[in-house]
Design a protein around this ligand. Structure first.
Ligand SMILES: Nc1ncnc2c1ncn2[C@@H]1O[C@H](COP(=O)(O)OP(=O)(O)O)[C@@H](O)[C@H]1O
Ligand SMILES: [Mg+2]
Length: 366
């Protein structure tokens, strides 16, 4: 494993130092807007993730940055230079494809060397860079293998080494872990983060997996139907979702539609009341499992009786869907297996409203 530099760990990219800038970019296929009026800036040295459900335009956005897809309108600059109509090889980007796309008839070393040869690098320098890249991904002993003789995780690392060999200004990755099994995904996630950190490369990363995005990114762009819903740090996206879509897509939550009255309290459509100090009007309350707790004697705030609709034991915790005054809420608690609640049981719970997000309807664009 590479040693992580502490300095790099506390890295905060500067807001006005943009390596990639998409301005009002749209891509139409006939009548269909794959990407619509999207503006995104990738800051120097950061790992920015495009996150959203399948078909929301992530791959199209990434391929427009790489130059494989031409925008219908808008502009893309890389390090301040307009690249909107430039071919991929002029853009100073390195790409890792979902399927890795290693050249099957070339050895690992030849795969990594390929781009350098095209640039007519002298032989000695090519060899030195290939060795450096193989050390970076910790596979120097596999230089002479063919891709078919590698495991999925090894192919992934070679694809990364190939993309980084030319020291691109921007590294682009499209769902790079989708062909790996669950355990390997977790390990590769950490490895990739370490490698991109150690070479300080600005990285744009695509995934539909919210946990992957939260764990890996400096910032996340949440996309929905070809548009940006919200851009922020993992903490901002999870704790302060700006739209119900973002709340629902990032982590488990229950969305209750209702109204905030003149006294600042929220009442859901089914009549569940939450005391707070929100601004009056129609709104959606975002209730995360961790906001709902079993009542204890010293609990503050009102207690509610909930009926268990579903209970799933996950070992460390039990995820429960409760019917609370006609609203369905998900909660998570640690129950010993012998006290595991059953469908129909009554539970007494409190809802912590301190950091509970209530999104005013006018801020919800959809
Ligand atoms: N070459 C294409 N021709 C027609 N439609 C396309 C093409 N590429 C993508 N699309 C459409 O654009 C939308 C966004 O696709 P894509 O960027 O691949 O989404 P994602 O990567 O988020 O799953 C989808 O509706 C998809 O069907
Ligand atoms: Mg895709």
């Amino acid at each position: 494993m590479l040693a992580l530099s502490k300095e790099r760990d506390n890295f905060v990219p500067e807001a006005d130092d943009l390596v990639v800038e998409l301005r009002s970019v749209s891509k139409y296929y006939g009548e269909v807007a794959a990407v619509s009026n999207t503006s995104i800036g990738v800051r120097r040295g950061e790992l920015l993730c495009l996150l959203g459900p399948s078909g929301c335009g992530k791959t199209t956005t990434l391929r427009m940055v790489a130059g494989f897809v031409e925008p219908t309108s808008g502009s893309i600059t890389i390090n301040g230079v307009d690249m909107t109509r430039q071919p991929p090889y002029r853009r100073d980007t390195g790409m890792v494809f979902q399927s890795y796309a290693l050249f099957p008839h070339m050895t690992v070393a030849q795969n990594i060397e390929f781009g350098l040869e095209n640039l007519k690098w002298p032989r000695d320098e090519r060899k030195a860079r290939v060795e450096e890249m193989l050390r970076l991904v910790e596979l120097p002993h596999l230089a002479d293998r063919l891709p078919a003789q590698l495991s999925g995780g090894q192919q992934q690392r070679i694809a990364l080494a190939r993309a980084l060999a030319m020291r691109p200004a921007v590294l682009l990755l499209d769902e790079p872990f989708s062909n790996l099994d669950a355990q390997l995904r977790l390990r590769m996630r950490e490895e990739l983060r370490e490698v991109v950190r150690s070479v300080n490369v600005t990285t744009l990363f695509v995934t539909h997996d919210q946990e992957e995005a939260l764990a890996m990114s400096d910032r996340i762009v949440v996309m929905n139907a070809g548009q940006v819903e919200q851009i922020g740090t993992p903490g901002e996206i999870y704790e302060s979702p700006e739209t119900p879509f973002v709340a629902k897509f990032i982590g488990w939550c229950s969305l209750l539609k209702g109204t905030v009255g003149p006294d600042g309290s929220f009442t859901s459509a089914a009549g569940l009341r939450l005391d707070g100090n929100w601004s009056a009007g129609s709104a959606t309350a975002v209730i995360r499992p961790e906001h709902v707790r079993l009542s204890t004697d010293d609990a503050s705030g009102p207690s509610y009786q909930g009926r268990v609709l579903q209970a799933h034991y996950y070992g460390g915790a039990t995820r429960i869907v409760l019917d609370l005054n006609g609203e369905q809420l998900t909660m998570q608690e640690r129950f010993p297996f012998w006290r595991h609640p059953k469908t129909g049981d009554l539970l007494s719970v409190t809802i912590s409203t301190d950091d509970l997000r209530v999104i005013p309807a006018e801020e919800d664009r959809r």
